[in-house]
Structures are given as C-alpha cells and as structure tokens.
Design a protein around this ligand. Structure first.
Ligand code: HQG
Length: 183
C-alpha cells in the first residue's frame, strides 16, 4: 500500500504518460487510449518509477477525481479524460444540464469573451455541473473566475456534449454568446 502523497505522485506521472506523452516511456496506447498494464509497469520500471498492480488498483479505487479506469479483465488501464493525444474514448452524446460551469483564470477572461472557450491542447473544453468544482479548476491557473455556460441553448442549436466516465462534461467549443459570468 502506498500513502496518499506517493499515490498523488503516481497519479500525476500517469496523467502525463496516459493523457499526453506515452512516447516518453516508449509506450503505445491503443485507439481507445488503453495501455497494457504489464507493459506500462515494465516501461515505468525502466525509468525507475517502481509500481505494481496493487498500486494501480489502489490508484483507480482511491483517486479523488476517478482519473483512471482499468478494464474488466484487468489487463489494461487508461485515463478517463483530459487527453491531448487523439483517442476515441467511445463517448456517446448526452443531454447536458441546462447550465454548466467552467473555471478559468481572470487573466484569460478578455480573450475568452472574445473567442469563446477553446479546447487548447486537449481534445475538448472541460465543463462541470458544479460551480465549486469549476472554481477549483480555475484556481489551478490563477485568480479564479467561474463562467456560466448556457448548455441548454447550445444543445438546441446542435452542439454535442459528452459525459466522461468521471463525470466531466466535454464539448468541442463554447462560442462567446453562450458564456456569462458574475462580477
Ligand atoms: C483557457 C483538470 C484564453 C481555459 C480539471 C483554461 C479539468 C482560454 C485553459 C481538466 C480560451 C486551458 C482541464 C481562450 C479556453 N482564450 N484562454 N479563448 N479558451 N481558455 O488545463 O479546463 O485534475 O487545458 O479556461 O479538473 O483548466 O488534470 O483546461 O484555463 O477537468 O484531472 O485555457 O484538468 O483535471 O487549460 O482543465 P486546461 P482546464 P485533472
């Protein structure tokens, strides 16, 4: 069993590898973003990152945001969302709540209100059902601002929303006319 601090380190490392840079440890993901667990552990070991299957099981079970999933036969692991590399997570369109939130930093506000929310390096714009979650995401970037997204109207107009396994709402972009904020 690893302690919380060690698990957080592993979570960050595996987020980096499984969402953005599998090539950094010479790993190849399949089209759905899955990594073979034995291969992943061997490649991590080659970089002196020592993990075993129990660590991964603990990580999946205890991760605060359910960032990772292990397949039913326990051979493969993947990140649930947040990728910059192109993978097909097999997400089906879902009807979003009428309002979704996006947390960002104050310094991005002018640009966002002009250009809308862009997915930047990731595959999607990330939105959340809860304002508090959005505020925490914003804090990662600086002084937080929570934007309100009129998801109901977007959906009516044909924008597609997905819900990741760990309950993050995802969409391609949010044009500025659907964004509002207080303050
Ligand atoms: C901003 C975490 C200027 C956008 C979280 C954000 C999330 C613009 C930043 C997940 C812009 C991109 C993703 C525009 C968007 N002009 N800035 N037109 N459009 N931005 O990290 O949503 O802990 O790629 O507001 O919980 O912050 O890693 O996206 O500030 O779900 O599991 O560009 O990462 O999950 O930043 O975070 P990011 P995000 P984990």
């Amino acid at each position: 069993m690893k302690n919380d601090k060690a698990l957080k380190g592993i979570s960050k490392y595996l987020s980096y590898v499984l969402r953005h840079h599998p090539g950094s440890i010479d790993l190849v993901l399949d089209e759905q973003g899955w990594a073979d667990i034995d291969l992943l552990l061997a490649k991590c070991a080659a970089k002196n990152v020592l993990l075993d299957r129990d660590d991964l099981a603990q990580l999946v079970a205890q991760n605060d945001k359910q960032r990772f999933a292990i397949d039913t036969v326990r051979n493969k692991i993947r990140a649930n969302q947040g990728h910059s590399i192109r993978i097909d997570a097999g997400l089906e369109p879902e009807v979003p709540p009428a309002v979704l939130y996006h947390g960002t930093a104050k310094r991005f506000l002018a640009s966002i209100l002009k250009q809308g929310l862009q997915k930047q390096n990731r595959l999607h714009v990330h939105l959340s059902h809860e304002m508090d979650t959005a505020r925490n995401v914003g804090t990662r970037h600086g002084i937080p601002v929570v934007l309100q997204v009129d998801a109901a109207t977007m959906q009516e107009k044909g924008f597609i929303f997905y819900l990741s396994e760990n309950k993050v709402w995802l969409t391609e972009e949010v044009p500025a006319q659907y964004i509002s904020y207080e303050g």
